[in-house]
Design a protein around this ligand. Structure first.
Ligand code: HCR
Length: 425
């Protein structure tokens, strides 16, 4: 066992995990496990392959297409959306390991914290893709919830969503259920996709080298009917390789009840190579390459220099804490963190005294249990996929044990962004 794993700070961190209350952000972790990055920045991982995000827009059927041709193009598009989704996973779940040597505890965003930037037209795209922007906002602090919108005006493509987590502890790992979903809309195609978020667990705690492994399933429901089920597993299951997945695409959600009904199957590692084949048999490296995460480097978001940022912008707000983390100066970390936390406490007190609740900046909470809510992509896609509209763990089905309670979801309000005067990309 490494000396770090045996150190008293790590042992007491493990003890605090064993007795924690479900809120990972409240754990006091040793400096070497702290990330200088706020969780509000994680929204950027959805957009680091703009070319793949936009690709379905270039797969429209011709106006004179027969029914079969129309159907073939719809299938091509859900395959392209699945490829884009798989391409996001390496950044979402491996990037801290790759850049900092292990999974890290991110900074816990404060209410109203924002993170924004743009992806420029990718190299070699010659203006075909154009600029893609990201708006991310911390819409709740307790529990932490981050909402985001990613928009490419040139191609009429918008991805929006939000995420929160609930955690529990088992003997060797931290188990995390994700709450929230993403909605991907292609305006020119008049097509939308609902994407659910997979559960995960954090392994490697005993050896002080935590890493994320995905588990269970996530779903992609297309408005054209096609439905993808992506199953995740780690080392020791089927291939015995880490970060393994199998994606099956079905004609519709109903036919996904039998795996043999799959029209396309993709199999491999989301952090490495995956292969694609027709039908339900599992493709292998002898089949067509689907995606190679290692040979497709992420395109990083362009963010304004800190000096030009607003005080609510993540990197500016956390800059002193981030510097202290980089220096591993524990006293300075807690001093700088306390300044932010105390300011937030004061703000909440003032709001409570005046009765003025904090107003979110670019996102609205839509209550789908309210019958006056206009039918939208979310209601249509949950209807055809039989997915719950409630605030249940992502991917819960209607009439399952989780399908109860409120149905409030965060949605971007583009008018608010257009009226934004203080914060610029
Ligand atoms: C669980 C996690 C915070 C949440 C992170 C989420 C779920 C956030 C939304 C992104 O779209 C996807 C995503 C990726 C991350 O893998 C996941 C984080 C992994 C660890 C972190 C914990 C709060 C850290 C706990 C401390 C550990 C290192 C012991």
């Amino acid at each position: 066992m490494s000396s770090v794993a045996q150190s008293s700070s790590w042992t007491s961190f493990l003890k605090s995990i064993a007795s924690f209350n479900g809120d990972l952000s409240s754990l006091t972790a040793p400096p070497f496990i702290l990330s200088p990055t706020s969780l509000s920045e994680y929204s950027q991982y959805w957009g680091e392959h703009p070319n793949l995000l936009i690709e379905p827009n270039f797969l429209a059927q011709s106006e004179k297409a027969t029914r079969d041709e129309t159907d073939a193009m719809a299938l091509k598009r859900i395959i392209a959306v699945t490829k884009w989704f798989i391409s996001t996973l390496r950044s979402q779940y491996c990037s801290r390991n790759e850049s900092m040597g292990s999974e890290k505890k991110p900074l816990n965003p404060f209410l109203g914290e924002v993170f924004l930037g743009k992806w420029e037209d990718p190299e070699g795209a010659e203006g075909k893709i154009g600029e893609t922007i990201l708006l991310s906002e911390q819409v709740s602090h307790h529990p932490p919830v981050t909402a985001y919108g990613i928009h490419n005006a040139k191609n009429g493509v918008t991805l929006q969503g939000y995420n929160g987590i609930r955690s529990s502890i088992s003997t060797t790992s931290i188990n995390v259920k994700q709450y929230g979903h993403a909605i991907l809309e292609y305006k020119n195609l008049e097509e939308s996709y609902l994407i659910t978020l997979p559960p995960l667990h954090i392994e490697g705690l005993i050896s002080a080298s935590p890493f994320v492994e995905l588990e269970g399933s996530s779903y992609i429901q297309a408005s054209n009917g096609y439905f993808a089920v992506i199953e995740y597993s780690g080392r020791g299951w089927v291939t015995g390789k880490k970060n393994t997945f199998k994606a099956r695409i079905f004609r519709d959600a109903m036919s996904s009840a039998r795996k043999e009904n799959a029209v396309i199957t993709v199999s491999g590692q989301w952090s490495g190579k995956s292969y694609i084949g027709n039908g339900s048999s599992t493709p292998s490296s002898k089949d067509e390459l689907f995606y190679d995460a290692q040979s497709s480097e992420p395109q990083h978001l362009v963010v304004k220099p800190i000096a030009e940022q607003h005080e609510l912008e993540s990197r500016k707000a956390w800059s002193k804490v981030a510097e202290a983390i980089k220096k591993a100066d524990y006293d300075l970390i807690s001093e700088e963190k306390s300044l932010i936390e105390n300011k937030q406490r004061e703000l909440r007190k003032t709001e409570a005294a005046s009765g003025d609740k904090w107003q979110t900046r670019w996102f609205d909470l839509v209550d789908y249990s309210d019958s006056s809510v206009e039918p939208d992509a979310f209601l249509n896609l949950t209807n055809i996929s039989n997915l719950s509209i409630r605030n249940a763990p992502s991917g819960s089905l209607k009439n399952s044990k989780y399908d109860e309670g409120e149905a409030k979801h965060w949605r971007i309000n583009i008018e608010k962004w257009k009226a934004e005067k203080e914060i610029k990309i």
